[in-house]
Design a protein around this ligand. Structure first.
Ligand code: PLP
Length: 246
């Protein structure tokens, strides 16, 4: 028991420090891009992170948390301190699991097909809610990766915009993990172009509020390229510890 609480104490202290550093880095990058620091949303990516640590982060001021597995989100759901924070879904989502999320999450960031969007809309309608979604773009056109390829983005956008119970609130992307710094920056820049281009179309039901890109290794570059929402896991919480009971 003592071992466990020592471990937690260290993780709390690390999180205090990491949060401060990241907030500073975000502010610096925002100003470089000509934005206000408070215009950039820090979303904590909390996969594998124990609920005590997550709630400590919420107490520090983290207002957005994102899970990427439906089962993990469901298991933790009753324990998140959601009075000061909203929950989002950021991972790959199967159509048959949408039912576990509707009414629980403020936004689903990973919509990449009409089939998925239709199910989100259908279940939202039956819950009498509207669900905010981001369209996930496979910006590196990687095979076997989630996200719609850029060439098909407009078609998916026009189609999903017809659905009654979703709001299209922006775009999300995860560039190829093995890309170098310059290529990654170019992927971010291309995403920003799509984001601006779609914003200018002023489509009904499409409100380009969020450009969600940038993770622990590259969030400052993402912000410098136009991201206004970064999803940060390990830089906040330390390395992920898998197969440990949450
Ligand atoms: C885990 C995860 C992140 C955060 O990754 P880190 O590199 O640990 O910051 C961001 N986005 C998604 C979709 C994730 O699953």
């Amino acid at each position: 028991m003592e071992k466990l609480s020592d471990d937690f104490n260290k993780r709390f202290l690390d999180l205090d420090e990491n949060y401060k550093v990241i907030k500073n880095n975000i502010a610096e990058a925002a100003i470089k891009f000509g934005r206000k620091p408070e215009d950039i949303i820090l979303l904590a990516a909390t996969k594998t992170v124990p609920i005590e640590i997550i709630n400590h982060g919420i107490n520090l001021g983290i207002e957005h948390i994102g899970e990427n597995k439906v089962q993990e989100l469901t298991e933790k759901y009753d324990s998140y301190d959601l009075s000061k924070c909203e929950l989002q879904f950021i991972g790959h989502l199967q159509t048959n699991k949408v039912k576990y999320l509707i009414g629980k999450v403020a936004m689903i960031q990973s919509v990449d097909s009409m089939k998925l969007a239709r199910e989100i809309s259908r279940l939202s309608l039956s819950h009498n809610v509207k669900t905010d979604i981001l369209i996930e773009v496979n910006i590196g056109k990687e095979p076997n990766k989630s996200g719609i390829i850029p060439e098909k983005l407009n078609d998916l956008l026009y189609e999903t915009a017809t659905l009654p119970a979703i709001n299209i609130s922006g775009l999300m992307a995860i560039p190829p993990a093995d890309a170098n710094k310059r290529d990654t920056f170019n992927y971010f820049t291309n995403m920003y172009k799509y984001f601006i281009d779609i914003s200018s179309k002023k489509l009904d039901n499409v409100n380009m509020q969020f450009l969600s890109m940038g993770m622990s290794a590259d969030y400052a570059d993402a912000i410098s390229a136009g991201s206004n929402m970064v999803r940060i896991g390990s830089a906040l919480f330390g390395p992920r510890i898998y197969n440990k009971k949450i």
